[in-house]
Ligand binder design. Sequence first.
Ligand SMILES: [Zn+2]
Length: 127
Amino acid sequence: MSGGGQVEIVCPQCGQEAFLIREPVYDGFAKVGERRKCSSCGYFFGDEEDPGYKRAEVLDIFDESDRTQKTEVFEDGERGILCRYCRHYVVNPFTQWCGLHRREVEATDTCDEFEKGDENSKEESVI
Ligand SMILES: [Zn+2]
């Protein structure tokens, strides 16, 4: 081992646990960059290519669970047909009212006869 800071990878090419080797790239005599190589099979990874960092694997798992939690809290799919977005929905100080079915509704109710309305049409139909 040459010094610390070895980067462990699971190489996507050979499937082996290996080290990521950085090799300097020269243009003539000038060093223009580095390229990364698998210590097991010698494959050179492209600049954007993921060499299978072991650490990155763990981070991916955490991201996955974060995303799942957010989806459970927010169900955007139903939002479009809620009574509060319907043109028949009326709010006054005492109740929330469906002008079409002439009954009390909740803002979060859904309805088969939903018609998308806007803020202005609500005000016109206030009883
Ligand atoms: Zn390899």
